[in-house]
Design a protein around this ligand. Sequence first.
Ligand code: SF4
Length: 399
Amino acid sequence: MHDDANDTTLNAPAPKYHALALLSGGLDSLLAIKVLQEQGLRVLGLHYVSPFFGKPHLISHWREVYGIEAVNVDIRRPYLDMLVRPAHGYGKHMNPCVDCKILMLTHAKTLLPKYGASFLVSGEVLGQRPMSQRADTLNLIRKDAGVKELLLRPLSAQKLGPTPMEESGLVDRSRLPGFWGRGRKDQLALAAHFGITVIPTPAGGCNLAEAEASARYLPILMNLAEASARDFSLSHLGRQYWAGPYWLSIGRNEHDNKALENARRPTDILLRLRDLPGPMALGRQYEPAAGVQPGMTPQRWSDDVLADAAAFAASYSPKARAQSGEGAEAGRPVVVLVRQGKGEAETVAEIAVTPARQTPLCWAEPKSQALAAWKKRFRTAAPERPKQFFAEDSPEEPA
Ligand code: SF4
């Protein structure tokens, strides 16, 4: 138990926090903090934010609903560097869970002095997940993150060896649970004990652990020489299509159209019908990774690629299809505006195309099956990537 009488820092200025905890916002991470708060320990939640997970807007919600103080920590840049080649591989989809935990804990350790804290907390439960929460993996994460003596996993404490924090009496081990396995019954009972009625999802949500989102990320990892957080954010918008290394995003509704316009970079191409309602489409031009299809130029679209993408995007407008005609009547062109550059440097051109779902470039949505093949190639013969694989984003709010 934490006991001020045994606190050697009694005469020194009180540390602001005893511990820093990884706070995904999932139930386990909340409970790990609550069981320590119940012992009178002050714990600050670290909510790591990357292009793939993180809900930075929930900081005040956690304070008001659960009584938990937390701060957002932007981990985009190092996360992207790790994602391309995680030392311990990927999980079922594109989730590098072991390296993700190692990265967060390694970083959290560096924040201990800043908050006057002496140990780290995570809500992992032994045996709950096949990849990252086996006993051997929990040990490996602790070792590789360099937090062997610093990390407490309170929810499974009774199933794990005592930590220095428990041995010193700072944390009362006898009051910590010994959860194990995949069941949620114990966690729900503990939540009820703390009067938690708003139960969040177990893991807090991570797009890398989802099949569809991972499929959207894969072409970015494969094709771009310098992918940034903004590239991954774009992949969340609208319909995503690739034709070899050419990347086209098409809005599904006005909300998507606006989001695409906002996501636009000076080097992007915006396509929209001149006289008819229809979707906004954004073609992203980028430097390709070494070895991307010879003869193709994703950094500068040719007129043929532009016309192909414009015809394909126009096919998502029912009015454009109707105007173009059906069957023997088909083929009447519609006019698409092509905007390039931004602000005063923007140029606007017009291009006449026949809306077509099947075009010579064969645009296709990313397929999740491609991920398995890529991971296999990665395991057997991962090519060395340039050192500076990911570009620094200009400052912006975490996605
Ligand atoms: S699910 Fe996502 S956030 Fe959670 S450990 Fe795995 S990679 Fe990290």
